[in-house]
Design a protein around this ligand. Structure first.
Ligand SMILES: *Cc1c(COP(=O)(O)O)cnc(C)c1O
Length: 422
């Protein structure tokens, strides 16, 4: 079931203070999720969630997660800068990148962050960019299909990430020679899965492999990093992932394999953490009836790309009309010159009037952050609904000046009064 934790009143009040569209994030809901995750893994002596920054790279959100004891999983130089600016450092940060500029490895090392190497060739890059650390993380790709029981959960054989098993062995031997003393293992084999046995199965796989690699390499097996991938129910008929059951499942696998509790457990959840506590608040601004009925809203794929990019479902409600019968069928669209710019297709909804607030659910992860500027459309503001019940703008909406900022070398920006000197 998508998240209905906020009343329509919250969206209506926010829309009185700030022009639509905007993403609204619920601080209380966010803290609850962070606490539930930490509680689910509280059996583990050394557990830490490294929130995947790319899911919601807003410093206010990152500082809230820091208060809840989370670290950060960064994927680029700018995300490392963001982490540092928010006060994260040392072992609170992990860099998981692939085909990355080697300077980013040096930047992560300078921050004291864990480095999660994606490929055996990265060892040479790390040697010359920051140096080999005492503890190093390696990303594993088992190839083939990843199944739990009869269900195919993912297709690692087609994924660009990670080391093969022989490469892990070879890599660890090299790393040991170059001064590493301990290693962690990371894998991401299934995306947006609400199947509670995903993390337990992955933990079993990584712990079994890690023990074998430790025995063979003589390096200490320091941690497993289960990464992200735990899903959320975007659709009304989908069940919520029981995070407590996920934690319990991992505990069972862990206790069977690591009875002395010597291996730390890390996660890098993005979607599960923030997805359900974000909403894209839009207004119906256009109605059109041709072969279908269309409602145009004031947001577009530039504000939320998932439907256009993946055909992803996002639940939609209309403020003040939650109890109305869903007896109209609409395509809910944005304004891009792209026919995939549709937040909903043939969706049963209550009758929508122009001016209605149309709320798109579960936009707190991979929502704003995937935004772009196609058609010259600008990204929206981000609003925090605070634990005290207030509304705080935590990112302003883009303006034309932002759009022209990268053209400040061109006379066009100056001519429009939007150059750097204006
Ligand atoms: C994207 C990503 C995550 C977060 O994934 P979710 O599906 O949002 O949980 C975590 N770790 C890595 C390395 C990633 O690339």
């Amino acid at each position: 079931m998508p998240n209905f934790s906020l009343k329509d009143e919250v969206f209506e009040n926010a829309a009185r203070q700030f022009p639509t569209p905007f993403h609204l994030y619920d601080e209380t809901g966010l803290r609850k999720r962070a606490r539930a995750l930490n509680e689910a893994f509280s059996w583990c002596r050394d557990f830490r969630e490294y929130f995947a920054v790319k899911a919601l790279p807003n410093p206010t959100i990152l500082r809230i997660l820091k208060e809840e004891g989370c670290g950060l999983d960064c994927s680029s130089a700018t995300e490392l800068m963001l982490a540092k600016a928010c006060g994260f450092g040392g072992e609170e940060v992990i860099l998981s990148a692939n085909a990355m500029p080697p300077e980013e490895l040096a930047q992560a090392r300078a921050l004291g962050a864990f480095v999660n190497l994606d490929d055996i060739s990265d060892i040479g890059l790390l040697r010359t960019h920051g140096g080999i650390p005492e503890t190093i993380c390696l990303r594993y790709n088992p190839g083939g299909e990843f199944s739990i029981g009869n269900t195919i959960m993912g297709n690692p054989g087609e994924a660009k990430y990670g080391f093969t098993k022989p490469q892990l062995k070879e890599g660890l031997a090299i790393l040991k020679k170059e001064g590493a003393a301990a290693f962690g293992l990371h894998a991401f084999l299934s995306s947006n899965t609400t199947e509670p046995s995903y993390f337990p199965s992955l933990a079993e796989l990584l712990l079994t492999l890690g023990k074998e690699l430790a025995a063979e390499s003589g390096l200490r097996f320091a941690f497993i990093d289960l990464s992200g991938g735990v899903g959320i129910p975007y659709r009304p008929d989908q069940p919520e992932t029981e995070i407590r059951a996920v934690g319990e499942g991992v505990r069972k696998a862990y206790e069977a394999l690591i009875p002395d509790g010597s291996v730390a457990v890390k996660t890098e959840l993005g979607r599960w953490m923030t997805g359900p506590v974000g909403w894209l608040v839009t207004r119906a601004v256009h109605e059109k009836k041709i072969y279908r009925d269309y409602i145009g809203v004031d947001a577009c794929a530039a504000n939320l790309m998932r439907p256009a990019m993946y055909g992803a479902y996002h639940h939609i409600t209309v403020c003040g009309k939650r109890d109305w019968p869903a007896d109209h069928v609409y395509d809910v669209t944005g304004c891009l010159c792209e026919n995939n710019d549709k937040f909903a297709i043939n969706r049963n909804l209550p009758e929508i009037a122009l001016g209605d607030l149309v709320v798109i659910h579960d936009t707190g992860a991979h929502g704003y952050s995937m935004g772009y500027n196609y058609n010259g459309r600008l990204r929206s503001a981000e609003i925090l609904y605070t634990a005290e019940g207030g509304y705080r703008m935590i990112r302003r909406a883009e303006t034309a000046r932002d759009y022209f900022a990268t053209l400040d070398l061109d006379p066009a920006a100056e001519a429009l009064g939007l150059g750097p000197k204006a």
